[in-house]
Design a protein around this ligand. Structure first.
Ligand SMILES: *Cc1c(COP(=O)(O)O)cnc(C)c1O
Length: 399
């Protein structure tokens, strides 16, 4: 099937056999001038990522962690493929609403601490599943009048070696389980499952196995208290690079610790489902050449940087987006180059990279820009990150 690229305003071109990001952006930039940064969404990638998920983790239904990229078209595609959504706030719940999901079955609010505004949205929209990790949250939800929410206890699960740490902030300790279960019974609240999050971009995938073991221990205790347990939530932290390994460790954990159980198993992947869907194109807005110890060094200021959509860079681990040279020559000479973002912050430094010389006004592109980029960047210096133009690659439905 032929592919097209379109924007939201009716502009659309057909693609040929372009394979690389560089070839696709070259075709696009030949057809139209873009003053803004571009975020290019390849929606068909979502199909292949979901297909791979079902192959490797056939027992587990993914609930996309909306915070990683709340793009409406991405979410529509995911909903059409049968995915659920993990929404952490009122606004994320409203994004899910635009996809016409069934809030009872297709949405989990996996944020363990909810504001009054979040609770109102949960109540209004009819969300059924949410996580918590302490008695105070149970009390708050009970006071709010949402006693019939299906509560999933988030337990603390080892996240050493993940790209960012969560254990200080979230997760019940095993020494707290009894107290939590007793308190839930007192309030008349319904605990139906166990969840954990091993941490972002988890390399040490055996952590999933250990967390599932720990979850099975909490599960047994909950059953002893009389709760009808139905759902295991193995969280997020998936990275395309380690995905197969993570899937093996999870499948092993499930078959060892949840073998005879007829239960629902879900996950909340963010980065896995969004990172490689988006490529970005920035413009060189400044250039400075220097000779240091007899060597040429070139500094570039780009139209976006680590205060904008590259804010995730320190957490990108080895899935690093690298600058793509858009120029023609096959093997141009390279210079020691440093790429900075456009703000006044000295920390707005993207990369040191050997790179061919480019000029002010030239474009530089990056792959794997889909997760924690548009959703996390800032408007520091009043440089509005959100004015970037979104383009969508998709299979051409008209042909
Ligand atoms: C952020 C988050 C996710 C998604 O994480 P990824 O590392 O992007 O997969 C899933 N669950 C919870 C509770 C989270 O906080």
């Amino acid at each position: 099937m032929r592919r097209t690229v379109r924007d939201n305003l009716g502009w659309k071109i057909r693609l040929g056999n372009e394979a690389s990001t560089k070839e696709i952006f070259s075709t696009i930039l030949r057809q139209k001038e873009f003053e803004n940064n571009i975020a290019l969404y390849d929606l068909s990638k979502i199909n292949s990522l979901v297909e791979r998920w079902h192959q490797k983790l056939p027992l587990i239904r993914p609930f996309y962690a909306v915070k990683s990229n709340p793009d409406p078209e991405m979410m529509l595609r995911m909903a059409s493929l049968g995915l659920g959504f993990d929404c952490a706030s009122k606004n994320e719940l409203e994004f899910a609403q635009n996809t016409n999901v069934n809030f009872e079955t297709d949405v989990i609010c996996a944020q363990p601490f909810k504001s009054q505004r979040d609770l109102r949205a949960i109540s209004n929209l009819g969300v059924k599943y949410t996580t918590f990790d302490c008695v105070e949250e149970l009390q708050k939800i009970s006071n709010f009048g949402l006693k019939n929410l299906k509560m999933i206890l988030r337990i603390q699960a080892g996240d050493e070696e993940s790209a960012s740490q969560y254990n200080q902030k979230f997760g019940a300790l095993s020494s707290e389980y009894d107290n939590i279960f007793e308190f839930a019974i007192e309030l008349g609240m319904n605990i139906v499952g166990i969840s954990f999050y091993v941490g972002h971009s988890m390399k040490n995938t055996i952590a999933y196995y250990h967390a599932i073991k720990k979850a099975s221990e909490a599960w047994k205790i909950a059953e002893n208290y009389g709760f009808a347990m139905e759902i295991l939530d193995v969280g997020g932290g998936f990275n395309e690079k380690y995905f197969d390994r993570a899937a093996n460790d999870i499948n092993r954990g499930i078959s060892e610790f949840f073998r005879e159980k007829n239960i629902k198993i879900i996950a909340e992947p963010g980065k896995y489902l969004s990172a490689s869907v988006v490529s970005s194109c920035f413009t060189v807005v400044g250039k400075r050449s220097r000779v240091i110890n007899g060597e040429t060094h070139i500094d570039y200021i780009l139209s976006d940087g680590v205060e904008g959509t590259l804010r995730f860079l320190p957490y990108a681990d080895d899935n690093l987006p690298v600058p793509i040279y858009m120029g023609d020559p096959e093997n141009p000479p390279k210079f020691h180059s440093t790429f900075f973002g456009p703000t006044c912050s000295g920390d707005d430094r993207i990369y040191d990279h050997d790179f061919p010389s480019v000029d002010i006004g030239d474009k530089i592109c990056f792959d794997v820009m889909g997760s924690y980029s548009v959703s996390w960047g800032t408007n520091f210096n009043s440089i509005p990150m959100i004015t970037h133009t979104k383009l969508y690659i998709d299979e051409d439905m008209d042909n």
